[in-house]
Design a binder for this molecule. Structure first.
Ligand SMILES: Cc1cc2nc3c(=O)[nH]c(=O)nc-3n(C[C@H](O)[C@H](O)[C@H](O)COP(=O)(O)OP(=O)(O)OC[C@H]3O[C@@H](n4cnc5c(N)ncnc54)[C@H](O)[C@@H]3O)c2cc1C
Length: 439
């Protein structure tokens, strides 16, 4: 049986980062991927969605220029074209990851890995067995499904199948109003679809600050997207004209018949066939439990990325992968502050935030002070013909420390980097006022 210093299972951002860093520290490393290198982020997530949304955004801007009688070149309203383009971009990015891995002196195996014990792994279907001093688990997640609903991968789908159509659906119900649900909502709306968003909780973007949720809902509705909150989905079934979705809310029960239904209601750890029990690795239904070094309850087994249920973002997976490799190599590691990570939503209206929401800051016992300024008050955004949007700051009134920044509106995603850095470095409001934004 071949022996390695480090076996990494899963070639998404968490796994390939852990493998590259381990190899950099001189550890004999093998990376096993069952599908495409780059994982969800590169192949079915961050990269293809943003490629499609960028194109749809350009189409939108062109249509606005037309209303000002500017000369404009017509961007073709061709969904199939942008779908193919986004796949090309994803494939190119996946190849870049493959080049990085092969240039980093890492052994790469295609196949599905399963733990046989705390040190042994089997690769399927070849049946090859290998052993490792350390193992890093980075298998990612799969979409959470609505119990009792029969998915057909065409009309009733999860996010994974949402890239499959060559034409934008003419009518859709999106169940779930997190970042991913709202990104597809935006894409399909911009291609002329009628989109209804059904959210079980009282507000959309439930992880964001409450003021952001309120403004985002108003903006989406203003742009013609129907948004219903506090809704219980009763059934989703095939119908001669598409799919029938029955939901109930305070107003009673209603059935919508649409071409497609996307259920974007979260993720669950992709561990069904991983053999965690054979190695004794502890996990909850949310994910594999880890400490600050990304170590599981089994000392030589680490877990990184979405499977750890910390913060499901590509960049977070990379940092976790690096920390795991550093810890395995015996290097000093820092505690990673998940709260400080900036995150964004590429929806009809851009949302970006970093640090604590007002509610979370209060729960943690801070004496909270907030300020809310329209985005157009800033130099850069005032040059745009855009009225909506604001920046909300959450501050600890005792120390004047900046705890959170929440932006909604045009260029919010571009702007969040500055406040995120100030929050992560523990700056106070007076210190932050000395940092100017160039435009
Ligand atoms: C539509 C969508 C849009 C997104 N947009 C963004 C964004 O804009 N920004 C952002 O930061 N994040 C975004 N994300 C989240 C991001 O994709 C994930 O956080 C990131 O991919 C997690 O990386 P990971 O390495 O944990 O897992 P994954 O990327 O899921 O990779 C896991 C890999 O492991 C492989 N694997 C699983 N089990 C095995 C096994 N037993 N043997 C071998 N291989 C195995 C899988 O095939 C997969 O390639 C988005 C996600 C989605 C779905």
């Amino acid at each position: 049986m071949k022996t390695y210093d480090v076996i990494v299972i899963g070639g998404g951002p968490g796994g390939y980062a852990a493998a590259v860093r381990s190899s950099k520290w001189g550890l004999n490393t093998i990376l096993i991927e069952k599908d495409a290198l780059g994982g969800t982020c590169v192949n079915w997530g961050c990269v293809p969605t943003k490629a499609m949304l960028k194109y749809a955004g350009n189409m939108f801007i062109q249509s606005r220029l037309k209303t000002y009688d500017f000369l404009y070149q017509n961007v073709p309203n061709d969904y199939g074209l942008i779908q193919r383009k986004s796949f090309e971009i994803a494939a190119r990015q996946s190849q870049r990851v493959k080049n990085l891995v092969s240039n980093s002196n890492i052994t790469l195996r295609e196949g599905e890995a399963a733990l046989l014990s705390a040190n042994e792994v089997e690769i399927r279907p070849s049946g090859e067995k290998i052993s490792g001093e350390y193992i890093v688990l980075a298998p990612g997640t799969v979409a959470r499904k609505i119990p009792g609903v029969v998915y057909d991968d065409d009309t009733i789908i999860t996010v994974r199948e949402a890239f499959n159509f060559a034409n934008a659906p003419s009518s859709v119900v999106v169940i779930g109003s997190g970042a991913t649900g709202l990104e597809f909502t935006t894409l399909w709306k911009r291609f002329g679809g009628t989109v209804t968003v059904l959210e079980a909780l009282p507000r959309i973007l439930p992880h964001e600050d409450e003021d952001i949720s309120r403004e985002a809902k108003e903006h989406l509705q203003h742009s013609g997207i129907r948004v219903l909150t506090g809704v219980k989905v009763e059934s989703v079934v095939k119908h001669p004209e598409g799919v029938a979705v029955t939901y109930s809310d305070a107003a009673g029960k209603e059935t919508l018949v649409v071409e497609k239904v996307l259920a974007s209601i979260g993720i669950v750890p992709n561990v069904a066939n991983l053999g965690l029990e054979r190695a004794g690795v502890a996990a909850t239904p949310r994910g594999i439990e880890i400490n600050d070094k990304m170590q599981t309850n089994v000392p030589n087994i680490y877990a990184v990325g979405d499977v750890t249920a910390k913060l499901a973002l590509g960049a977070v997976a990379v940092v976790q992968g690096n920390i795991a490799a550093d810890a395995i190599a015996g290097k000093k590691t820092e505690k990673f502050e998940y709260d400080n990570v900036p995150h964004c939503v590429y929806s009809e209206v851009e949302v970006a935030s970093a640090g604590l929401t007002e509610k979370k800051a209060r729960e943690l016992g801070y004496q909270v002070r907030t300020s809310l300024q329209p985005l157009r008050a800033g130099g850069s955004t005032s040059t745009l013909d855009e009225d909506g949007g604001f920046i909300k700051l959450v501050v600890d009134a005792r120390s004047e420390r900046l705890l959170g920044a929440h932006l909604i509106g045009h260029k919010a995603i571009e702007l969040i980097g500055g406040p995120a850095a100030l929050i992560a470095s523990g700056n106070t409001v007076p210190q932050s006022e000395e940092v100017l934004l160039a435009f």
